[in-house]
Design a binder for this molecule. Structure first.
Ligand code: TYM
Length: 331
């Protein structure tokens, strides 16, 4: 039997290069090798982005992007989280074995508290529990994610082990973070800081559905320094970040040319950025153009959502029968 792969993205905005190369890069290949469940985490987005108009738009946009990169709804199971009522049911039950202290120590929660002070909702605190429910509702073995989700996966494994031990049944397998390469990926942002992210500031992320002008402008404005003064010196973080992004979209030859130019101090950052902008555009243009035409076909998108929900619920119901059975809620 094929192993089960589960992956999701929050519907807080358009997908960026970090989402793509962190998690989705191998989705198309995976769908043929594993039993794949790919979904849009719309409940998760309500923890920070409760806007009905934007939500609808983002969910449609994400679904169109998934289809544009080559996901086949007949091969994999492609669905929206809120279409599966078994997920919130499992989330409720998992909350009984999730410890408050443990949730308060989660890096993503601490980060939100730091940024938002007191206006923190309980959904943010229990965000990892909902994520665990997403994963184990399909009894998943592998979860394609970027490096930033490692801790959430660790927490999912804790809940799995706690549940199986408490009820003395191997209901859930232990899911592992997954990437076809040997390491989880962290795609850097354009602002010289940490990761590329939707909420990391305007100029930080290159979105798959933005047009050439917007993306080029962002890349041309990316942070750089005044250039190397000594041959073969180590690259500062902001320059390494640009090379790291280049690694994802440019040819080996281009990368070698700019590396050599850096090492002999002849590099001109304007040229590097221009080349990067052109390579990014070449990479995303086919995805963007296809996604835009799929986005306009509302009937098709609704069909895909409905079909995905039906398929996902079949497996989710099997899991919930096992869960209720284990807990004893089966009078
Ligand atoms: P989200 O929506 O922030 O990101 C979706 C996926 O993209 C990856 N990612 C990155 N990878 C590398 N470099 C980056 N700069 C970068 N930015 C984002 C993330 O690691 C993730 O794999 N909580 C999740 C959504 C979610 C989920 C799930 C994921 C809900 N339930 C169940 C997997 C399984 C999130 O906010 O991801």
């Amino acid at each position: 039997m094929k192993e089960t792969v589960l992956s999701g993205m929050r519907s807080t905005g358009k997908l960026h290069l970090g989402n793509y190369f962190g998690a989705a890069v191998n989705y198309v290949k995976m769908q043929h090798e594993y039993d794949c469940y790919f979904f849009i985490a719309d409940y998760h987005s309500l923890t920070t982005h409760p806007n009905p108009t934007e939500l609808k738009h983002h969910v449609r946009e994400m679904l169109a992007t998934y289809l544009a990169v080559g996901l086949d709804p007949e091969v994999c199971t492609l669905y929206v989280q809120s279409d599966i009522p078994e997920i919130p049911e499992l989330y409720l039950l998992l909350n009984m074995i999730a410890y408050k202290g443990e949730l308060e120590k989660t890096a993503s929660f601490k980060d939100k508290v730091r940024k938002a002070g007191q206006t923190i909702n309980a959904g943010l605190l229990t965000y990892p529990v909902l994520m665990a429910a997403d994963i184990i509702i399909h009894r998943a073995h592998k979860v394609p994610v970027g490096k930033d989700q490692e801790q959430h996966l660790e927490m999912t494994r804790n809940y799995v082990n706690r549940f199986n031990r408490l009820y003395e049944k191997e209901v859930f397998p232990e899911p592992v973070a997954f990437n076809f390469g040997d390491q989880l990926v962290k795609v850097p942002g354009l602002d010289g800081g940490g990761k590329m992210g939707k909420s990391e500031g305007e100029g930080n992320a290159v979105f798959l559905l933005d047009d050439e002008k917007i993306n080029s402008k962002k890349i041309m404005r990316a942070k750089t320094d005044s250039g190397p003064t000594e041959p073969n010196s180590e690259k500062p973080v902001e320059i390494q970040n640009l090379f790291d992004i280049m690694q994802l979209v440019s040819t080996e030859e281009t990368i070698t040319t700019f590396n050599n130019a850096y090492n002999d101090c002849s590099i001109r950052y304007g040229d590097l950025k221009k080349q990067l902008a052109a390579d990014v555009e070449q990479f995303i243009a086919p995805i963007r153009d296809k996604a835009k035409s799929i986005y306009d076909n509302e009937t098709y998108l609704k069909e895909v959502m409905q079909h995905g929900a039906e398929k996902a619920r079949i497996n989710a119901r099997i899991t919930m029968d096992m869960v209720r059975d284990a807990i004893g809620i089966n009078y």
